[in-house]
Design a protein around this ligand. Structure first.
Ligand SMILES: [Zn+2]
Length: 269
C-alpha cells in the first residue's frame, strides 16, 4: 500500500512511521528497505485485500499520474465481506487496475465483475517475449480507422491471460524505461477491446497523454463505449437468443405435459 492513515490523514510510508490500514483499520508499519518501493505493511495479519500484489516502481509511476484522492480506494465486497483496493478510482466511479504479475482467469473475472466500469493497464515489459511477438503481429494489423486496428491473429499478438477479459486491457510495452527515439512503438499504449463475441481483436493505439486526459476529464468511458458497442450488441443478441430458447424449451415442456394428460399411452394388447 502506498497510503495509510496517520492521525486521520492519508500518508505515504516513511522510515519509522506507524499508522492504520484505511481498509481494515489494523495497525500497519512503514517498510522502507532498499529492495522494494516504500510501502505500508500490516503488522499482525496478512494484507487484508487478497487481490493485492506487491507494488513496483511501475505501479507507483502510473498511480502518481492521478490525484491522490483517486488512489487506493477501498470498496466493500458484499460477497466475501472483504474490502478491495482499487488502484485508481475516479470521482465518477471508473476504476483502473495496474497489473504487473500474472493473474489467474478466476481472479481476473472476479475483479472485473466487482469493479464493472474498469480498465486494466498491464506491465507488458515483464515477459521479454511479449513485445517482439506484438511487433511481429502488428505487421498484419488492418486499419479499421485512424488509430484503430483489427487483429485477425489475436493469439499471436497478446498474452492469452488477457484475451479472456471483458473490459478494455491497455498494454504498456515501455514500462519505466526511458526511450529516446520518439518514433519507438513502445511510446503509445495499446488498448485491446473485449473480443470474445465479435470474434477478432480490435486494438486502439493511444498516447499516454490522451489516455490520462480522457480519464481526467471523464471522457474515457464514453470513448471506450464506442468501441465496445458491437460487443454489447452481440451480448444483447445472445441474451435475446437465450431467452427465445428458454421460452421454446418451456413451450415444448408444456406441450409434452398437455399431451401426457390428454392422450394417455394406449395399453398394448
Ligand atoms: Zn488492511
Amino acid at each position: 500500500m502506498r497510503f495509510a492513515m496517520v492521525d486521520g490523514n492519508k500518508v505515504i510510508a516513511e522510515p519509522g512511521l506507524k499508522g492504520f490500514c484505511p481498509g481494515c483499520s489494523q495497525p500497519v508499519a512503514a517498510k522502507c528497505g532498499g529492495e522494494r518501493v516504500h510501502h505500508w505493511a500490516h503488522s499482525r495479519n496478512k494484507m487484508c485485500d487478497t487481490w493485492w500484489e506487491p507494488e513496483t516502481e511501475w505501479h507507483r509511476t502510473w498511480k502518481s499520474k492521478f490525484p491522490e484522492d483517486w488512489q487506493e480506494i477501498y470498496l466493500p465486497d458484499e460477497q466475501t465481506g472483504e474490502k478491495h483496493i482499487a488502484d485508481v478510482r475516479t470521482s465518477d466511479g471508473f476504476v483502473i487496475e495496474f497489473q504487473h504479475s500474472h493473474i489467474n482467469p478466476l481472479e481476473l473475472k472476479s475483479r472485473e465483475m466487482f469493479y464493472k466500469n474498469m480498465a486494466w493497464v498491464v506491465d507488458a515489459t515483464r515477459l521479454k517475449r511479449d513485445y517482439p511477438r506484438f511487433l511481429k503481429a502488428r505487421k498484419s494489423f488492418t486499419i479499421e480507422k485512424k488509430g484503430i486496428f483489427r487483429i485477425n491473429d489475436l493469439g499471436g499478438c497478446f498474452p492469452s491471460a488477457w484475451r479472456k477479459s471483458y473490459v478494455p486491457v491497455i498494454f504498456d510495452f515501455r514500462g519505466n524505461e526511458t526511450i529516446s527515439d520518439a518514433n519507438d512503438l513502445r511510446h503509445p499504449l495499446y488498448c485491446l477491446f473485449p473480443y470474445q463475441i465479435v470474434g477478432c481483436g480490435l486494438v486502439a493505439e493511444i498516447s499516454r497523454k490522451a489516455f490520462i486526459n480522457a480519464v481526467y476529464n471523464g471522457k474515457w468511458t464514453e470513448k471506450a463505449l464506442i468501441f465496445m458497442k458491437p460487443y454489447f450488441e452481440a451480448m444483447k443478441e445472445r441474451e435475446a437468443l437465450r431467452e427465445r430458447l428458454k421460452s421454446l424449451e418451456l413451450g415444448l415442456a408444456f406441450n409434452k405435459f398437455v399431451r401426457s394428460r390428454n392422450y394417455p399411452k394406449r395399453k398394448r394388447f
